[in-house]
Design a protein. Structure first.
Ligand code: ADP
Length: 557
């Protein structure tokens, strides 16, 4: 073997032993990294492993904050009493660490040498990298594919000629940092999900509303502290038991809801609902007392729309309802007291109108007086009617009603009053006969038709239709008017609710007509709703039970 062969063999032996050592370091690093679930312990292990493997003097690990704009120094270690292991966590904006940012952005290591590079590095990064004793530093990005996690900085204090970061050291450090980044990613994901879980629990435990989850068979799976407070049951007492057994829900008029009216039961039949189903219900507390709650339910569905369970929110509204009742009683009392003097003023104004008045100004003033009197009388009448309905003082007399003649009569009245509008009637076949109270149905129709005239331009068409469908008669009043925004389609049926758009404000009104219409329809066992395309028109529909449902007629034939 000549000298060259011997030198070659020595080289390859050295390479082999270096590779073997590197492999052992990597295996050890991987085992150490994956054996911890604590972020701080992992970062500290990474610091030590990298420092020892490449024989550097110190290592610092910076993590990128969630905003992607700041680096926080999270771990550091220094060998041989070198400076570099700061006691405190510090955060730096990326803008003040341009070289760290560069390594991070490129995903490639950067070696900086004091003698060549120090002048290029601005403060405060220069002091951070080149402490008076350091000669060269290696900036090693911690990243996984596109995900940037942070930067490890390794430094040397010995004369750089001997100890500069050779390409072998850089590659070994890169391999270790990849293993570290993998473990880091896992721990960050774990921390983030358990942090989210803790935050959700914190919110659910401290929210003022009762929240509980049920399975598809309505067994209670969770029960938060507010639900415990509202119902008087502890979570331990109710978990696993049926919601019906615990709550014993009753509707406002005392009908048991658990059999079919409860929103949870409704979900079981048609789980795909657009939004939460909300009802007001009385529930029975542990001590037997009753509490009125607003109960909203949202289904939990699997990807095939199968019901997995539901989340319920209950809010104690006993006091709110009491306030509403007191307010409503007060309004109706005041209205009642106003009625007699108003009737007197109105009668006097009418009498005065019959006298010969001297000037046009006097006539105008009297006209205004008359108009305002009728407006106030209408408000007082509506308030009193709503209040009687709320108290259940108006009991419908339900009888078979031939709807077409009723609609024709009403439409003819409006045709003669409002000649600038076109009125159209569409009915049947077969001509629908509904079960309802004649006077109440007339009031509903009048409210709806009056609104179409109020909120549509002259010359437009108003269509009133009646049709029987699946045992119910649907009566609809459609216009080509200003329309109603989608988010107000439900609230316009609430007391005193008026749209805030300028067109609505031009019309004098109190926001009671639709509220009364809803109470009247519901008193007859129907429902009322609105559909609309803002700017193109609205359609108001209500239902009444059909007197002789078509199916029954067909069955009898
Ligand atoms: P009002 O006396 O204010 O008309 P209603 O209860 O009858 O009271 O109606 C409530 C509000 O609903 C109205 O103020 C108006 O903003 C809106 N609205 C009712 N009907 C229509 C309609 N056909 N087109 C557009 N907006 C309507």
């Amino acid at each position: 073997m000549d000298a060259n062969d011997a030198a070659g063999r020595l080289d390859s032996d050295q390479t082999l032993s270096r590779r073997t050592r590197e492999l052992a370091i990597l295996v050890e690093a991987s085992t150490a990294f994956s054996s911890t679930h604590s972020l701080d312990a992992l970062l500290q292990t990474m610091c030590h492993t990298m420092t020892e493997s490449v024989e550097s003097t110190f290592c610092r690990v910076y993590l990128l904050e969630e905003d992607g704009q700041r680096l926080t120094l999270r771990a550091a270690c220094a060998l041989r009493d070198a400076p570099g292991a700061p006691g405190t966590v510090r955060t730096y904006p990326l803008s003040v660490l341009p070289w760290h940012s560069q390594a991070l952005a490129r995903g490639e290591p950067l070696v900086l040498v004091r003698s060549q590079d120090e002048a290029k590095i601005p403060e405060p990064e220069r002091t951070l990298l080149f402490h008076p004793q350091y000669c060269s530093v290696l900036l090693m990005p911690l990243s996984l594919q596109d995900r940037r996690l942070g930067v490890a900085v390794l430094g040397e204090i010995r004369a750089w000629e001997r100890t500069r970061f050779t390409s072998e050291k850089v590659e070994l450090c890169r391999a270790i940092s990849r293993q570290g980044a993998l473990a880091l990613e896992n721990i960050l994901a774990l921390e983030s999900s358990s942090k989210q879980g803790r935050e959700i629990k914190l919110v659910i435990d401290n929210v003022a509303d009762g929240i509980f989850r049920t399975d598809p068979d309505l067994h209670l799976l969770t029960f938060n502290p507010a639900a415990e407070r509202i119902t008087g049951y502890s979570a331990n007492q109710v978990l696993g038991r049926s919601c019906c057994e615990i709550m014993q829900g009753l509707s406002e008029d005392g009908t048991p809801l658990c059999a079919r009216g409860c929103p949870l039961h409704r979900l079981a039949n048609s789980p795909r609902v657009a939004g939460p189903i909300t009802v007001k219900e009385w529930i029975t507390r542990h001590d037997g007392t009753k509490v009125l709650v607003a109960h909203s339910v949202m289904p939990i569905l699997d990807p095939n729309d199968r019901l997995l369970g539901a989340v319920s929110v209950i809010r104690d509204i006993t006091r709110e309802e009491e306030l509403v009742r007191l307010k409503s009683e007060f309004i109706s009392m005041v209205s009642h007291e106003l009625r007699t003097p108003l009737a007197n003023i109105s009668a006097s104004a009418e009498l005065l109108a019959k006298l010969e008045l001297d000037t046009a100004a006097e006539k105008d003033m009297l006209h205004i007086l008359n108009q305002e009197c009728s407006r106030l009388m209408r408000l007082v009448d509506q308030v009193l009617e709503a209040s009687r309905l709320e108290k259940g003082q108006i009991q419908p007399t339900v009888e078979p009603l031939a709807l077409v003649p009723l609609i024709e009569q009403m439409v003819n009245l409006y045709r003669s009053r409002y000649r600038a509008f076109h009125f159209d009637i569409q009915a049947g076949p077969p001509l629908p006969v509904a079960l309802g109270d004649l006077v109440l149905v007339e009031i509903v129709l009048e409210n709806l038709i009056q609104n179409t005239v109020n909120y549509s331009p002259e010359g437009s068409t108003i269509t009133v239709s009646a049709q029987e469908r699946e045992g119910m008669v649907h009566v609809c009043v459609a216009d080509q008017g200003i329309g109603i925004p989608a988010d107000q389609l439900d609230s316009i049926f609430q007391r005193f609710h008026r749209l805030s758009n300028p067109q609505s404000k031009k019309v004098s009104g109190f926001g009671l007509g639709l509220y009364i219409a809803r109470l009247l329809v519901e008193a007859q066992g129907g429902v009322i709703w609105a559909e609309s395309q803002p700017g193109q028109g609205s359609r108001f529909c209500f239902t009444l039970r059909a007197a002789n449902p078509v199916e029954e007629q067909q069955a009898a034939a």
